[in-house]
Write a protein that binds this ligand. Structure first.
Ligand code: AMP
Ligand code: MG
Length: 423
């Protein structure tokens, strides 16, 4: 067998990002747009807020009326009306009078300050309309008034093209008069499990069989990456059947992910199928777990062949497929946050490839970060990902069998924090 050429993870990732295209846009209701990328600048049709309004429950006054107010010489004013939120006072407030006003109600013309209830003394009629109140401190123009256009002016951009929508952004767009927003479409991702040994999760495996776990780990990872998974039925290790499944999937999907049969074994066919039915760009990557990573285009649809080993498939998805699915949805950030942490125990570098140790990051009592690699680093396991939260990196170039001592600082990729988050 010819020596496999391993390309660096970064080169593999760049190849995927260069190959996949951002999808079309669609208009969706605001809540469905949460976390998705705005495809356009979104502007407001009105000033927000549309009018100056009270920030407090209190009394709207002409500030100069209260210039000489002190506790010893309070200023008394008649309360000539009441303005609840939603109402509008259509007269001009005259000096020497005040109106009772609720939070959110428009400031009447003529008034230029609001004095909150708590510091006003009710003299007559409990401070309501046609009563009297006393003020014992001066007020300044603008006190407790929220200005018209404080959030945004009519015609201004509220959310820029390329920005992810947060819950606050949904509220902002609703205020701008938008109940729907244009975002990039979610990719439909076909997930194809390959292997003659595989059975469905609800079957009891016969001798030699195992349950298909990968489709569920990959399908759930697709959801977490913002895509819509479509789980294909199990395809045995048969080249023609695999070719038929891939050809069908590329018609219906924006991206196809397979697991299993990605290496050079006697019954491994995904590389050949991609080569024969389309164009093969990549077959092996310098990482462990997950060396066998097939990528190419079939009928212009990206097809990615992950290894069958669960940890290798998971790692390959995380490092290579997830960034591609993000690009398709218009995201501009592809790197999980990284931190440096001290290894909790000695590790042996088993391979000269870059090694992603399935690990748990924790903060010690002294505030420092420690990373605890899972006891077993077998590429056949899901559990270290389920119980862990990061991948600690032992770089390529460091020779195999070198001991990496406890306490060594290693870089860790945080798998439970989204790309672009500042930590
Ligand atoms: P392969 O990449 O086909 O050589 O498979 C590598 C290992 O992963 C084998 O032990 C397979 O039985 C196992 N495997 C393959 N597909 C799956 C799957 N869908 N779920 C769980 N394990 C799998
Ligand atoms: Mg196999």
């Amino acid at each position: 067998m010819a020596k496999q050429e391993l390309i660096p993870v970064e080169q593999a990732r760049a190849l995927l990002l260069d190959t996949v295209n951002t999808l079309e846009t669609e208009k969706v209701p605001l809540i469905e747009a949460l976390g998705r990328i705005s495809a356009k600048n979104q502007t407001s049709d009105i000033d927000i807020s549309p009018f100056d309004h009270s920030a407090m429950d209190g009394f709207a006054v002409v500030a100069s009326d209260l210039a000489n107010a002190t506790p010893e010489t309070p200023i008394e004013l008649p309360v000539i009306d009441e303005i609840p939120a939603g109402a509008y006072y259509d007269k001009v407030l005259q000096p020497g009078t005040c109106v009772r006003i609720m939070t959110g109600a428009p400031i009447p013309d003529g008034a230029n300050a609001v004095v909150k209830y708590e510091i006003v003394t009710n003299l007559e009629n409990d401070g309501r309309a046609s009563g009297r109140v006393a003020f014992s401190t001066p007020a300044s123009a603008g006190d407790n008034i929220r200005q018209k256009g404080e959030e945004i002016a009519a015609g201004e951009v509220a959310i820029k093209a390329g920005e992810p929508l947060s819950p606050a952004g949904a509220g902002l767009l609703a205020s701008c008069g938008l109940s729907q927003v244009e975002v990039y479409r979610r990719p439909r991702v076909a997930v194809i499990p390959i292997g003659s040994e595989l059975v469905e999760p609800d079957a009891l495996p016969l001798p030699g069989q195992i349950r298909d776990g990968n489709s569920y780990a990959i399908g759930a990872s697709v959801v977490r990456a913002g895509g819509i998974p479509h789980l294909h039925s199990i395809v045995p290790d048969d080249k023609d059947m695999l070719a038929a499944a891939v050809l069908e999937a590329v018609e219906e999907s924006d991206f196809v992910v397979t697991s299993g049969g990605a290496s050079n074994g006697d019954f491994d066919y995904i590389q050949q199928v991609v080569k024969e039915q389309g164009e093969l760009f990549m077959d092996f990557v310098n990482m462990r777990p997950g060396k066998a990573q097939t990528f190419g285009l079939v009928k212009n649809t990206p097809v990615f062949g992950l290894s069958g080993n669960p940890a290798a498939a998971y790692c390959g998805f995380e490092m290579l497929v997830r960034p591609a699915l993000r690009k398709m949805q218009g995201y501009a950030t592809f790197d999980r946050p990284r931190v440096w942490a001290r290894l909790s125990r000695d590790m042996k570098k088993k391979d000269s490839r870059r090694i992603y140790l399935r690990s748990t990051l924790e903060r010690l009592d002294d505030g420092s970060l420690q990373v605890r690699p899972a006891k077993s680093q077998s590429s056949g396991l899901f559990s270290p990902f389920q119980s862990g939260n990061c991948l600690a990196i032992l770089p390529e170039g460091v020779p195999a069998s070198k001991k990496v001592e406890a306490g060594t600082l290693v870089e860790c990729l945080l798998l439970d924090v989204d790309e672009g988050v500042v930590i």
